[in-house]
Design a protein around this ligand. Structure first.
Ligand code: BES
Ligand code: MN
Length: 444
């Protein structure tokens, strides 16, 4: 195995699951490993403790006559469940048919490692870099980056980049370099309905006891209308419509139709808001989703019981100019109004991240386009993405510079899902792209 793949595999073996406190030691160990990896390639590096998981910062010695490029990524990963749907264990990376399989390999370890190794290669080949480079690799992206804003405020002067580069998105099609000029935001919350004080025999009490599971189904059904539009009053008030130039640009993309997406997700049908194409629904329209639902008996066979409570984990994907605060208020008011009176409603607010949109035609994007041309022989496709990187708008607000989102993962990478994958080719191309990109960005 090549030394670069070996480094990536070592990185990927850490079970750096940020959401689950049982894994906190592994998250910390991953941060330490990363810091050592940076030190070994001759950068200054430190793992900063935060109120949550550590932030790893690494840089070469800055020079005033060079531009500063901040490369952001995350070393935390999503939980690997459901484990039995993985072909091989999620934290034992392996290559099959040119694809690497492991939890976090696409999101985001393979992508950030390509940048790290690009810098290492440039240092080895040329002894120096064309820019001041800062790596900021955090451990809480998958849980909303709750402590990164405070860190950025504290270190703003030391960071002070000219441009931010992030590879934590997907190409629009395999091998088609893509610039994401917009991402959706996200708002999470948990809803719990409480009925009787204890679980009850459904024969002794069925017909008189409120059933929170059943009433939860009703409540959740009020979130959408018959057209699968979100039925929360005012939900769409701030939504910016898709621009004409975007419609034209998107129509030419290699991956845009219903059939493409049915194949990608291997589902007989698609779903969503009436009146919009799949790309519009993914990139420019907000959603309300149930991510998990529970209550009552979950084991084998049947059990005649009325559960005392039921819960649902919800997220809302947001688009410009919706804000998590505004939507949270509207959703809570809606849930309160529609909650059946027979049960008590409990809402636990979760993380939130604002949507992101930028001008994809500035000087830094053009430089990135030249680097793409040198690396892939084609310019960047201009796309948006459906996922969220919660810290983006905070970067814009605190650091105030362009953000270039250039993804190296492929569609169908199974991020957050079993058998997550990342192509060896993309990893190797990413290493070369990083070198070209830093050279192009050096010029301004
Ligand atoms: N890499 C993704 C963001 C992403 C996914 C961008 C797909 C474009 C397309 C990131 O790591 C992620 O998964 N973010 C979470 C954030 C949330 C947990 C706060 C997301 O989008 O669910
Ligand atoms: Mn992710």
């Amino acid at each position: 195995m090549s030394p670069s793949l070996e480094s990536l595999f070592d990185f990927t073996r850490f079970q750096s699951i940020s959401a689950d406190a049982n894994y906190t030691p592994q998250v910390a160990a991953c941060a330490e490993w990363l810091k050592s990896r940076f030190l070994a390639m001759g950068l200054e590096a430190k793992a900063y403790p935060t109120a949550g998981h550590p932030v790893v910062l690494a840089r070469n010695v800055p020079r005033a006559d060079r531009r500063t490029v901040l490369i952001y990524g995350h070393y935390d990963v999503q939980p690997a469940d459901p484990l039995n749907e993985w072909t091989t264990p999620p934290f034992e990376p392996r290559v099959e048919n040119g694809m690497i399989y492991a939890r976090g390999i696409a999101d985001n370890k393979g992508q950030i490692m390509a940048h790290i190794l690009g810098v290492e290669k440039a240092l080895a080949e040329k002894g120096d870099l064309p820019v001041n480079v800062i790596f900021l690799v955090e451990g809480e992206e998958e849980i909303g980056s709750g402590h990164l804003e405070a860190f950025l405020k504290e270190h703003r002067e030391a960071l002070n980049p000219h441009v931010i580069v992030i590879s934590d998105t997907s190409m629009v099609a395999p091998g088609v370099p893509s610039l994401d000029y917009g991402l959706r935001g996200v708002l999470a919350m948990e809803v719990r309905l409480h009925g009787a004080a204890t679980d009850l025999h459904s024969g002794s009490y069925g017909g008189i006891a409120p059933n929170p599971a059943m009433l939860l189904a009703r409540l959740l059904a009020t979130l959408h209308d018959e057209q699968f539009r979100v039925a929360v009053p005012g939900f769409y008030d701030a939504v910016i419509p898709v621009q004409d130039w975007e419609r034209k640009e998107w129509a030419q993309l290699p991956m845009s139709g219903e059939e493409d997406y049915k194949n990608e997700i291997r589902s007989p049908s698609l779903f969503g808001e009436a009146g919009y194409t799949p790309l519009e629904r993914l990139w420019a329209r907000p959603t309300a989703e149930v991510n998990g639902i529970g209550g009552g008996y979950q084991g084998l066979g049947s059990k005649t019981v009325i559960p005392r409570e039921a819960f649902a984990k919800l997220t809302f994907r947001l688009v410009p100019n919706q804000t998590p605060e505004e939507i949270e208020e509207k959703v809570i008011a809606h849930l309160k109004r529609h909650c059946p009176p027979e049960v008590r409603l409990e809402i636990s607010p979760g993380h939130g991240g604002a949507p992101f949109l930028c001008d994809p035609k500035g000087a830094n994007s053009l430089a990135a386009g030249r680097a793409a041309m040198r690396t892939w022989g084609q310019d960047l496709a201009l796309i948006r993405g459906g996922g969220s990187i919660p810290i983006l708008q905070t970067f814009q607000r605190i650091l105030g510079v362009d953000i270039l989102l250039i993804g190296l993962a492929w569609p169908g990478c199974c991020a957050h899902a079993p058998n997550e994958n990342f192509p060896v080719e993309s990893f190797e191309t990413g290493i070369r792209f990083n070198q070209a990109l830093l050279e192009e960005l050096a010029a301004g």
